[in-house]
Design a binder for this molecule. Sequence first.
Ligand SMILES: Cc1cc2nc3c(=O)[nH]c(=O)nc-3n(C[C@H](O)[C@H](O)[C@H](O)COP(=O)(O)OP(=O)(O)OC[C@H]3O[C@@H](n4cnc5c(N)ncnc54)[C@H](O)[C@@H]3O)c2cc1C
Length: 318
Amino acid sequence: MRALVRGAGVAGLTVAFELRRHGHAVEIVDRTARAGAGASGLAGGMLAPFCEGESAPEAVTRLGRAAAEWWEAALPGQVNRDGTLVVAPPRDTGELTRFAARTAGHEWLDEEGIAALEPALAGRFRKALFFREEAHLDPRKALVALHAQLVKDGVHFRLGTSSGKDFDAMFDCTGPAAIGTVRGLRGVRGEMLYLQTSEIGLSRPVRLLHPRHPIYVVPRADHRFMVGATMIEANEGGAISARSLMELLNAAYALHPSFGEARVIETGAGVRPAFDDNLPRVVRIGDAIHVNGFYRHGFLLAPAMAQEAVSLLERVPA
Ligand SMILES: Cc1cc2nc3c(=O)[nH]c(=O)nc-3n(C[C@H](O)[C@H](O)[C@H](O)COP(=O)(O)OP(=O)(O)OC[C@H]3O[C@@H](n4cnc5c(N)ncnc54)[C@H](O)[C@@H]3O)c2cc1C
């Protein structure tokens, strides 16, 4: 079958990957010239099915558990499987107990355990939760690598938009651009920034709990750290607000004062496409199969949704 995929974010690229795996011919069209230009390029890249279970429906944990393996098989060497550390300032240790009660897959660490995992945090927190089975990847590197693999595998990329008229099947993976077309889809703004400093090193994502401003810090290559992310009910990307910038920086500083000396090398805001239950969906609308609504879980749930989308194509004649 000849399939067109609209959108080269994490949704579109994983659908294309699964289509090729099933032997279909694939073309991808994106209105920008590069893969990951939308929300996908701003993500933390955390594959955290257990931590996300704290506030997400059970399906997120269930479907997300296989994500790290999917990414590792697709892009060998790109997945870091060192888990997630969750800490809270001494005055908010109640938040840790609450987090533990709402999640599975963790173990408690004391000060010594924290120092053994992340020496840079030695003496800063009395207790932590360690989610050993969680993983993360660098979303930008992963999308560039997936794009390159697809090209090598014969997938043609085109700049622009397309009605999909000349194809046997069409997958719409345009993320927040489909708000207004796909019923119930809304935008949730997420702001983030990148810090760079060689004063501190981390080996895994660290989440800092706070009643109002929980944040996470994800280490990247070259002494860079992605700090995220706000959750604001708005279909609006663009520049980060001054308030969010202050909150993210304050929280990073609370995690470790060395972040106070770091360089702010990038800030940004993306729109997470989401349905009312914050779960992604594969839905047929007219002659297109829409794969959308990934909310906070694009990298975590795209593999499972791509597989579901391809099986829908093969079940129902186009
Ligand atoms: C700050 C932040 C942090 C996040 N952290 C994580 C995380 O740690 N882990 C995780 O799993 N998820 C995370 N997410 C969520 C994840 O980024 C999103 O769920 C995911 O990127 C959505 O992917 P998408 O492919 O549906 O949309 P997008 O990435 O927005 O891609 C849509 C693509 O469609 C293209 N397009 C739009 N309209 C058209 C058209 N008409 N024709 C052709 N192309 C078109 C766009 O150019 C774009 O390339 C985070 C999100 C944000 C904002």
